[in-house]
Design a protein around this ligand. Structure first.
Ligand SMILES: [Fe+2]
Length: 203
């Protein structure tokens, strides 16, 4: 993991071309900056950078090359995250927060820790992406302090995009949303803005 934190990817990540590596470096730089601003230790900063460098390391690999046991029910384009986590686990990496962050960076998951949530943010808000530049820059400017609010906006945008295209949502994504949503909505039991729902459904 130490080498990944410095941008040295495993041999199996050779499929990542120059533009992909630019994206990985940019995501790693955001995570490093936010970890520093949050006062995390040097070792945690290195873990956060490693997550940035590794999250899309297999994004350009053909899904047929992944272990068939890796997220078999998921759409092909989302399986690169679990594939990376599986590779690292097989190599002896035991850092559960890091592995979960990598596996679920495209989908969300109700058990994501701070690293996983900030990886979702760093990936979606990466400056090199072309869509909605003004809105995404305004969200970046609120980090890392207002991470709950920004995460809700990013998750809502991603989920809305998927729904508008007619895609089904994975159970992990629905549970992730229910954990960060502001409440059960009109007529629901919990108040908008409440964080009581985190990890326990929307009430
Ligand atoms: Fe990414």
């Amino acid at each position: 993991m130490v080498r990944a934190a410095e941008g040295e990817l495993p041999a199996w990540a050779a499929v990542a071309d120059e533009s992909r590596r630019w994206h990985l470096a940019s995501v790693a730089a955001s995570l490093d900056r936010w970890a520093r601003d949050l006062g995390l230790s040097d070792s945690d900063r290195a873990r956060w950078r490693a997550a940035g460098w590794l999250h899309d390391a297999l994004r350009d690999a053909p899904p047929e090359s992944f272990d068939p046991a890796v997220a078999p029910t998921w759409p092909a384009l989302l399986r690169h995250g679990p594939a990376v986590a599986g590779r690292l686990a097989a190599e002896g990496v035991e850092d559960a927060e890091l592995l979960n962050a990598l596996a679920y960076h495209s989908t969300g998951h109700p058990e994501l820790g701070a690293l996983g949530c900030f990886l979702v943010l760093a990936d979606y808000l990466e400056p090199g992406r072309g869509f909605l530049p003004g809105w995404r820059a305004a969200l970046r400017a609120q980090l890392p302090e207002r991470c709950d609010s920004v995460l809700r906006q990013v998750a809502a945008a991603r989920i809305s995009h998927a729904v508008q295209r007619g895609y089904a949502l994975l159970p992990e994504t629905v549970a992730f949303w229910n954990g960060i949503a502001g409440g059960a909505g009109p007529g629901g039991a919990s108040e908008p803005g409440s964080r009581k729902a985190r990890g326990g459904g929307a009430g």
